[in-house]
Design a protein around this ligand. Sequence first.
Ligand SMILES: Nc1nc2c(ncn2[C@@H]2O[C@H](COP(=O)(O)OP(=O)(O)OP(=O)(O)O)[C@@H](O)[C@H]2O)c(=O)[nH]1
Length: 421
Amino acid sequence: MASYDDDENFGSYGVVGSFPKDFGYGPDEQDTEDRSPSAESKPRILLMGLRRSGKSSIQKVVFHKMSPNETLFLESTNKIVKDDISNSSFVQFQIWDFPGQIDFFDPTFDSEMIFGGCGALIFVIDAQDDYMEALAKLHMTVSRAYKVNPNIKFEVFIHKVDGLSDDHKIETQRDIHQRANDDLADAGLEAIHLSFYLTSIYDHSIFEAFSKVVQKLIPQLPTLENLLNILISNSGIEKAFLFDVVSKIYIATDSSPVDMQSYTLTHMYPPAVLHSHTHMYPPVSLQNSGIEKAFLFDVVSKIYIATDSSPVDMQSYELCCDMIDVVIDVSCIYGLKDGEGSCYDKESSSIIKLNNATILYLREVNRCSRGQLQDRKSGHVPGRLTLLTVCHPCFLIRNITLSLHMEHHWYPWLPILYNGI
Ligand SMILES: Nc1nc2c(ncn2[C@@H]2O[C@H](COP(=O)(O)OP(=O)(O)OP(=O)(O)O)[C@@H](O)[C@H]2O)c(=O)[nH]1
């Protein structure tokens, strides 16, 4: 059987669907030295679960723009498929897609190597199927992985919920949650924490869930969240996200509770950590701008990297994702492509006025102050990001610069020169 590993359509950025195959951020002229981590040193996300549970579909839809209907034709995976995701300096990880029939007792299964460098393990359960066998496999997988590496984040995707009624979804999640945790308790493994998500490739739930998984692996998250909090509190913006536009997953959110999921990011990033950074930022003058909500996206993957302190509401997020698709599609059709560069670049911006008086405003907030951005100590560089805001018609922003502080360096990061719509 074929595996898509060899298929030229499925390399990094071998995107299908509405994106052109060569869409990406393009080369970064500013980086003279290659400081990107090697594939093996990147955080690893493992996709596991029974056969046909939907693992490859998730990876294809989120990271390769495959349309959900096309996944019907995916062949079964018969070996581990590794995918290197390097969309920006914040979005750097590897996804390993496992065959459903993987056998942990096979002597060739090297659990030290596989679980040792793993950041997160996503276990996919088909909610439309009888899930008893999947629960047994989940228990075996997490207990084995935990023994090798207790730092792994265990994420359970209760998948294909598009076929379930709302009541059935809640009941399925409750039942799976209870059974999985009971099994762990019976085995004396209460220390293992499982996070549960209801997902489907046919709506935004899979992007939301993947965002949460990725956010746990991003060390700069508190700083990014704090920047957006400052933006929001000074501007009247209601909400901000940082997205990776290609995957549409958001990388970070602020310290307020996230309404979509059962856990909050404040568990991981207590307010004290965020406030300790506050004095580092110069005052900003976004007052009375009328912006309701702002996100910072990584346009290549559509992950939002950060958002302000208001809750993430799904409607704004979906509107922003749709806007990114529209702007990139229009840019690719009508935009000018200069040599190697992309037709979507730092000059790109867009304003969409909806008929309910809401305005969507998108612009690239790329790096600035060339030469100053590289953090010599950590090698981290602020990524190329896109600001997306949802605002009332009266919004007004003038000459704003936010700075990103990383490892003893200041980075003028988010200059906005905008005088109303
Ligand atoms: N209804 C529905 N079907 C889905 C969803 N996700 C995947 N599928 C379907 O599930 C089937 C199996 O998907 P795969 O992605 O091949 O499953 P897999 O877990 O990678 O399978 P193996 O490679 O055999 O381990 C395909 O026909 C997909 O179209 C979903 O969210 N909803």
